[in-house]
Design a protein. Sequence first.
Lengths: 570, 324
Amino acid sequence: MSDAPLLEVADLATHFHARAGVVKAVDGVSFTLKRGEVMGLVGESGSGKSITGFSIIGLIDPPGRVEPGSSVKLEGRELVGLPPADLRKIRGKQISMVFQDPMMTLNPMLTIGTQIRLALEAHETVSGAEARRRAVAALAQVRIPDAEAKVDFYPHQFSGGMRQRVAIAIALLHRPKLIICDEPTTALDVSVQAEILSEMKELVAELGTALIWISHDLAVVASLADHVCVMRHGRIVEAGPTLSVLTHPQHPYTQALLDALPSRSEPGKLLAGGVGSDVAPPPRAAKQAAPAVTDAAHYVRIEHVAKRFAQTPGLFRKLAQKAGLSKAPAAVQAVDDVTLVLKRGEALGLVGESGSGKSTLGRVAAGIYAPDSGSVRIDGAPVMSAGEQPHKVTTRVQTIFQDPFASLNPRMTVGDSIAEGPLAHGLVERAQAKAYVRQWLAAVGLNPDFADRYPHQFSGGQRQRVAIARALAMQPDVVVCDEPVASLDVSIQAQIINLLIRLRQELDLTLIFISHDLSVVRHLCDRVAIMYRGRIVESGPAGEIYDHPQHDYTKRLLAAVPVLPGTATT
Amino acid sequence: MLGHVAVRLAQALVVMLVMSVLVFVGVYAIGNPIDVLIGPDVSQELRLQTIAQYGLDRPLWEQYLTFLGRVLHGDFGRSFVFGMPVMDLILSRLPATLELTLAAVCGAALIGIPAGIYAGYRPDGFASKLIMTVSILGFSVPTFWIGLVLIMAFAVELQWLPAGGRGETVSILGVEWSFLTLNGLSHLLLPALNLAFFKLALMTRLARAGTRETMLSDTVKFARAAGLSEWTVLRRHVLRLIAIPLVTVFGLEFGSTLAFAVVTETIFSWPGIGKLIIDSIQSLDRPVMVAYLMLVAFVFITINFLVDLAYVGLDPRLRKGAAR
């Protein structure tokens, strides 16, 4: 019995029957999992890895359907075709699941204790006191300090990592035989991810639970799994022991995935697999004949910048505060006296975890936020006007945002989006705008005929190219990139990184590259500044910071990054 | 919390003050109430005497200040038409409207929310489609027409329920209520149903939209993955997550119905406040209009405040000073 596989998945096919046709999200997946084994399921978005997880626990919503002929056996018992009531008894009790975003999975309206009680009552009858005792024990098990008091907290009172621990505690409540984790650390900071990973490893070993770890991140899977399956287009293209798959990949797709990782190639070089374009960007508009650079060594000067976010009270609220009836809301010091200087043509990586103030600093540098104090100057000229209501006075700095879904207007064609700024600032005539847009689309590796399309007709990577074209069409000298590759798959990420490397050289751009991903920054940037709680704790040449970090925070950050086996050390 | 209440009270005072000025000026611009109060064939002497008696000969600002001074002592003046204190007049009519409105809004919520959740949970079922079709009717058919149809069907043809009036009332704390007697309830049913129809449709559609969205959320998926039954998921998770817009609409609808239930009250000859305000506008009965509209402003601000309190009760993220 002990040698029998815990889970046998054979020919699993999950298809979505839409009006437009059938989408084969999962198309004949087979694998087996022994007791206590940890399996990594790796793939890019749309590979069907999450749908595989949902198919196993029977949570496929119409129009999706697990096709006849599929088989999922838990300890020899066939799960496909079980009535919903029987499946429900298995969910949470024998197989449980943890999701990607702990902000979304826990109900914000209920206390943690209540949510744990609901999960307990799903399979057992428990008294209130007993439920509370077990909830406290469950929280303590996932290393939540002061569990006795935390039971009565609401999800918003926890950090992201703590919330994910709560979700894991709920998944562990009934001592399931199998836990399916769907990208559980993707939404978390690296240091938190490292903690959760090591805790998860211990818990699984301690309880003998089998684990399916679904992820797009090869390094994370490598640090956890005994066994790895690589998925593409609904099929498993390669499976085997983690070490041998990652060091000696057999399938070209696995090889391509590995090659696309910036951590595995030499900094500054184009990444393999990221096919770029070699169409040159359009020349600078004659209107601004390349301004003579006065001080190339101090090209961008960010001096003593501070930014504080506070609510401005209304008239009545002010009166009430005066009368002592209400208190002023707490303010957040996002950026605290930061000074940075960039050379012309330099790429500076701004690294920090969420809440470190890196995005705020980037927005101040780009002239989106006015700093409370301090100044930003490009080539001696201020980015913001002075006065009570400062506004941006230059087009020489532009921004590329993280989310290409949110940053493009869905009701404008991408051509109009790209042309909007240059037209408004007279960089091109209306008659030439079309040709100008086509040149830029070609320069970022898109078909120029796409100019008439709307953003929803593009994939995430294509949209990010459009966003890059839009920023560069303003002919800036400085570009602030705010996590431009954070929401993209590795192979798409490689393409965008290559594009940025090439365009930077061709256009002699100065880059401020904001990211939480240390390997991307290492690859792209000459210099790195580490941000922590609104301050720069360390900065210097990229190689030096990575090899000889001085500040404790930098050391912790670097140690937390999961590393692939056999990574070329640089 | 105390600061919050103080801010709201201050806002209420300002709105009520603005309201009173607007009504004062507005009525002055429309015409002289004296022409409505006395016939055209009255002698000039009597006319002047009446004008002086009501203080209508003095400049408008003086009339307004006098009025304001009296209000500070709790006296809203006497109705030109009824000749009795305005507050007594309004308070004698308000309970009727209050019970009608409460019955309509609560009924709409109690039926509409479960129906909407069901329709959102099983969007493709036959019952759901039926519910949604009926709700479209509720939106598109005018209230007065539904009222007439209800009277035709239940009062004239079937003769199950009375066509109008308030029926027997029971006096509690000096106020007459009709929902405590069977006869009173039978009088209440049709107008409440009539008034509830639109709100029922609104609640149903809101609950359905919220449920459909929430059912796809990770919260629901996670709850299901933990093995919770569908009933528990709906009752404990979904209902809670869709509550905020429902409470908002409940409050808004309650306020607006209370203030403007005129049509239904007229059709069912319900002796409520809606009829009173229409009559007083027609006869330019300024004291009643001013007091009534100030009351409406106050009621709206109170309801909004209660709705805000309900938000805080429902959503812990809105509680200030919660430990982070």
